[in-house]
Design a protein around this ligand. Structure first.
Ligand SMILES: NC(=O)c1ccc[n+]([C@@H]2O[C@H](COP(=O)([O-])OP(=O)(O)OC[C@H]3O[C@@H](n4cnc5c(N)ncnc54)[C@H](O)[C@@H]3O)[C@@H](O)[C@H]2O)c1
Ligand SMILES: O=C(O)C[C@H](O)C(=O)O
Length: 358
């Protein structure tokens, strides 16, 4: 029998030579060796998904939900802090996806190479009294850096962008991709799914329905009046009094602020957002697998209004967005809402574009 310190020294020497960075960062050499020798490699079937900002309030529960998704074979968790702990924790779940953690800018390349889908919840959240646009100064730079890396290391990946202000960060991402010569509008989606999730919930409450049976299209953008629920197109077909319409529109447009205020300085929506992001990512993956008829709302490069980006229903397929669906018939209330939304949205889009072009 060799003394265990000798064994540990040999393991440490071996692992320093053999192991890629995502195994070396976690400190415990004996654990490293056993993981390097294990048979789980992932990737043969299923998709490779990276979460950037994976140690955050959204990132952690989103990582958990993506680890549970049977369509995911490899899950890369990247952040500038705390990924070793989050990765180790999630990696003990007995679901199929192989999980790897990446810490800091020097490991961003390894986090991204080979990814099919990249989900970005990196960035600071709001505190009470702030608008999403108040996050621009910090989050614009974070999104630019991450998208530059995506353009270099996984230019064909589909990108789900969550970081706020979505109305500006999506145009930033598009400009970064254009500069890098890899922009494909079909592969860039701003995640507005939480607006739909909230709308379904609030409409179900008012109508006395099960939220799982309700589908409310929410178009425009992802901030205040740019969030435009189309209550005239709710499924199952429903009618609302003017008072209900005002209440629902206001609650859906201010759902984010409702959470920010309730959290009283401890951040914004994380759990419902992780749920919404996982639901949207699952729709993307099912589309990528070739499933037909997957329709969800997202903030995308669009020609259905005069604005260059707009959230609306999109049909998802193998290459990302296969079709942008028309807005459909709007009532007078919604037409007025659309005009208001477009005014604010146009300015936010322009702000994002000029952040890169300036
Ligand atoms: N699209 C939506 O519907 C929606 C909903 C909720 C929140 N958000 C936005 O999502 C973002 C994240 O929210 P949160 O509550 O998870 O915040 P958080 O502060 O809890 O987590 C953010 C994470 O991003 C990480 N991060 C910071 N800079 C990074 C970088 N350069 N590279 C990688 N990771 C980096 C942080 O270390 C942190 O772990 C915020 O901008 C928030 O406004 C969007
Ligand atoms: O409101 C926020 O700041 C976070 C997010 O955009 C939300 O809608 O919950």
């Amino acid at each position: 029998m060799q003394p265990s310190s000798d064994v540990n020294r040999r393991i440490a020497r071996l692992s320093a030579h053999l192991l890629p960075p995502y195994f070396q960062m976690e400190g415990d050499a004996s654990a490293n060796l056993s993981r390097a020798n294990c048979r789980a490699t992932g990737g043969a079937h299923g998709f490779k998904v990276a979460i950037l900002g994976a140690a955050g309030g959204i990132g952690q529960p989103l990582a958990l939900l993506m680890k549970m998704n049977p369509l995911v074979s490899v899950l890369h968790l990247y952040d500038v802090v705390n990924t070793p702990g989050v990765t180790t924790d999630i990696s003990h779940m007995d679901t199929g996806a192989v999980v790897r953690g990446f810490l800091g800018q020097t490991q961003l390349e390894d986090a991204l190479v080979g990814m099919d889908l990249v989900i970005i919840p990196a960035g600071v959240p709001r505190k009470p009294g702030m608008t999403r646009d108040d996050l621009f100064n910090i989050n614009a730079g974070i999104v630019r850096t991450l998208c530059e890396a995506i353009a270099k290391f996984c230019p064909k990946a589909i990108v789900n962008l969550i970081s706020n202000p979505v109305n500006s960060t999506v145009p930033i991402a598009a400009e970064v991709f254009k500069r890098a010569g890899i922009y494909d509008p079909k592969r860039l989606m701003g995640v507005t799914m939480l607006d739909v999730v909230r709308a379904n919930t609030f409409v179900a409450e008012v109508s006395g329905l099960d939220p799982r049976d309700v589908n409310v299209p929410v178009v425009g953008g992802h901030a205040g009046v740019t969030i435009l629920p189309l209550l005239s197109q709710v499924k199952p077909a429903s009618s609302f009094t003017q008072k209900e319409t005002d209440y629902l529109t206001d609650r859906i447009q201010n759902g984010g602020t409702e959470v920010v205020e309730a959290k009283a300085g401890a951040g914004s929506a994380t759990l419902s957002m992780a749920y919404a992001a996982a639901k949207f990512a699952d729709a993307c993956l099912r589309g990528m697998r070739g499933e037909a008829g997957i329709i969800q709302c997202a903030f995308v490069d669009s020609q259905i209004t005069e604005l260059p980006f707009f959230a609306s229903k999109v049909r998802l397929g193998r290459g990302g967005i296969e079709e942008i669906l028309p807005l459909g018939p709007l009532n007078e209330y919604e037409r007025k809402g659309l005009e208001k939304a477009k005014k604010e949205l146009g300015a936010s889009i322009e702000k994002g574009i000029s952040f890169i072009r300036k």
